[in-house]
Design a protein around this ligand. Structure first.
Ligand code: S3P
Length: 447
């Protein structure tokens, strides 16, 4: 609902024996990028497997406002792009709903055009920091005027005569890296982006696929990405792989629910995204990769997850954080049913997601009888062992889809049902979540 609808309170009951095949939807990060790069290219880009969650639909609407033609025929999304430099000035405010990826990437790709646009979002997005994007966009010559603290609603005045930049991204953020690269498309010459820690690289991969000249070098200073500006991007056919961040939910549900055996086919295992699965296996999860293959240049496998009663808490290596940043909420649920303490450090970015995810998860876990310690940059969950979590709590989701799904999964494995105050935001990333979990044997109800 991305804040567009009334709250949808939900409850999840303890169950046993989740079984079956879970076909999760397309990757959210790749779906946003397919629409945006399609809009910036010449010709017709055809996209299959697009995630039709609210976040991505909001990005499609925004791209139309900048002049692209986008329609769905059958199972395929057709994007008629306007080419780099071809954006029209929108005559309406761009509402990106709940999506930080949407707004930050779109701000980037319009910032080096001689147009202005005003952006807004829901109550969650309008609290999130935008200076991390507008600071580097200012180096290209763009201006931003927003609310205090660099919050939306915000107007970006694009640079009429953009200059290329060299920018070291100060935090591990694929959104910031991508915003700078997309702005670099509109600037003449070479834009260089340096990231000290590797984050998801879908923008780099897709820019190359659309014909941009882009190189990546691993140097002492970090991952150095060099993009040649003002290319002509050529329309592509894109098959969006299934989202590992959505797969995380049925996988973890199977791991914590007695008697479960669930197959989650066709999941992208790009190393910049697959950190959760490595962590689960280190904790002792019965999680196997079947039918490992390559699809569209990405490693893909079918994941088989079975109930895993012998899970133990571990110290998650901080250097793994970027590759599983969206998965800490569901990991903390698994940790609560493992034996011993799970320590998650180097994760302060969790505090500026759709919600403050450390605070939201810690508060909800405590309401269900779990001990959680936290600091600015870390948190630790004391596991109560299989079936050890009392449950019975109601958790505030703060317009955050991943908080809602995580607590609904806790309800499957706790001693008493777990409630959330609002499951509406689940539709931003995983609109079929409830139906898919029901088909496996879950009991989730709107109340
Ligand atoms: C995303 C990057 C990550 C992630 C978000 C999607 C992307 O955010 O949390 O869900 O598609 O680039 P940050 O760049 O803020 O880490």
């Amino acid at each position: 609902m991305s804040g567009h609808g009334d709250p949808v309170p939900m409850i999840s009951h303890p169950v046993t024996g989740l079984t079956g095949v879970a076909d999760v939807p397309g990757d959210k990060s790749i779906s946003h990028r397919a629409l945006i790069l399609g809009a910036l290219s010449v010709g017709e880009t055809r996209v299959t497997g697009l995630l039709e969650g609210q976040d991505v639909l909001d990005t499609a609407k925004a791209m139309r406002a900048f002049g692209a033609e986008i329609e769905k025929r059958g199972d395929t999304w057709h994007v008629h792009g306007v080419g780099v430099g071809g954006f029209a000035e929108p005559d309406q405010v761009i509402d990106c709903g709940n999506s930080g990826t949407g707004v930050r990437l779109i701000m980037g790709c319009m910032a080096t055009s001689p147009i202005s646009a005003t952006f807004t979002g829901d109550a969650s997005l309008n609290k999130r920091p935008m200076a991390r994007v507008t600071d580097p966009l200012a180096l290209f010559g763009a201006q931003a005027v927003g609310r205090s603290g660099g919050r939306l609603p915000m107007t970006i005045v694009g640079a009429a005569e953009p200059v290329p930049v060299r920018y070291v991204v100060p935090m591990p953020s694929a959104q910031v890296k991508s915003a700078v690269l997309l702005a670099g498309l509109g600037a003449p010459g070479q834009t260089v982006v340096i990231e000290k820690e590797a984050t998801r690289d879908h923008t780099e991969r897709m820019l190359r696929g659309f014909g941009a000249e882009l190189s990546v070098e691993d140097r002492e200073e970090g991952r150095v990405i060099t993009l040649t500006g003002q290319p002509e991007l050529t329309a592509q056919d894109i098959a969006v792989p299934r989202d590992p961040s959505s797969a995380a939910f049925p996988v973890c549900a199977a791991i914590v629910t007695p008697g479960s055996d669930v197959l989650v086919p066709g999941i992208g295992l790009n190393p910049t995204r697959a950190g959760l699965f490595t962590t689960l296996r280190e904790m002792g999860a019965d999680l196997t990769y079947e039918n490992e293959r390559e699809e569209g240049g990405e490693p893909v496998a079918d994941l088989r997850a079975r109930y895993s009663p012998d899970m133990v808490g571990i110290d998650v290596p901080p250097e793994r954080a970027a590759s599983m940043i969206d998965e800490y909420p569901i990991l903390s649920i698994v940790a609560s049913t493992a034996r011993g303490r799970t320590m998650m450090a180097g994760v302060k970015e969790l505090r500026v997601k759709e919600s403050d995810r450390i605070d939201a998860m810690a508060t909800g876990l405590r309401a269900n009888g779990v001990t959680v310690d936290e600091g600015e940059d870390w948190w630790a969950v004391d596991g109560l062992g299989p079936q050890g979590v009392p449950g019975g709590g109601t958790c505030a989701t703060h317009l955050d889809h991943r908080i809602a799904m995580s607590f609904l999964i806790l309800g499957m494995a706790a001693q008493a049902p777990v409630s959330v105050d609002d499951g509406g935001p689940i539709s931003t990333s995983f609109p079929i979540f409830t139906d898919l979990m029901h088909a496996l044997g879950a009991r989730i109800e709107a109340v």
